[in-house]
Write a protein that binds this ligand. Sequence first.
Ligand code: RIB
Length: 304
Amino acid sequence: MSRVIVAGSINVDLVATADRFPRAGETVPGRTFAQYPGGKGANQAIAAARAGATTAMVAAVGDDDHGRQMRTYLSASGVDCTGVRTHPTLPTGIALITVSAGENSIVVVPGANGSLAASDLDDLAFAPGDVLVTQLEIPITTVAAALQRAQRHGAITVLNAAPMLAEVQSLLAHAHVLIVNETELSALTQTQIDQDAASHLVAQAADALRQRGLPTIIATLGARGAIVVGESTWFELPGRDVAVVDATGAGDCFVGTFAAALTTGGTIKAAAQFANVAASICVQRPGAGPSMPTREEIEAAFRG
Ligand code: RIB
């Protein structure tokens, strides 16, 4: 059976909610505080596993309570952690997150994530039909090695260019599918794309990017849904009208469930539709890792 293999980050998210975001130099009162499993890689792996895919992760945590908690949580979510290494001195990655009116701002301290090396991928066996998922919270040289190794072995490669790094440009030709939000798409294309941009302009920017050697680009646009651009075609997936509690991890949910759907041999369109519905469930719950929906929940939302 085809697998989703995620090479990526693991963080513990420390989340405060507040009525508004503080400006530089300002202190604002918070409303709640909670600690959640997070990290873009871990969130994507959890999303893929809950959506029904056989999922494994290659990552690094610290030799600390956070690292042990994340291993336990990932395993309980169905993610194979054989490839998760424990760094002897660096701490597990931490994300400091403020959530206000459903939006978030995030500072990530990478810790052990920054130590994940290309050599950590040496034991990775890919089979044709497997889907590699990677993002940019681990060293870019490791991302490059993961994409190239997966490509050599006939796996499908999904690159989520988040958080945005200019160096990702050199990796685009190694991805079959690039998933970006409007900010990342703007930065990669040097255009001004925001959440209100006309759909044909988003598609135009994505298509310009696609011509750098990628078959498919997906632009995720928050509450508005997503736009999928392939060779000589593009289509829009409208957002679902839901009450947003916390958008943290919604992009990761899209990426992980999209990859899971690809392992079943589905089309890009079917996989993106599935992921779009999954992300609309994710935003209705607080936290990142714990808000990833199960396959049953996604199917029920599709029907309803
Ligand atoms: O995409 C959301 C994630 O970004 C959070 O879980 C946080 O850990 C940061 O990596």
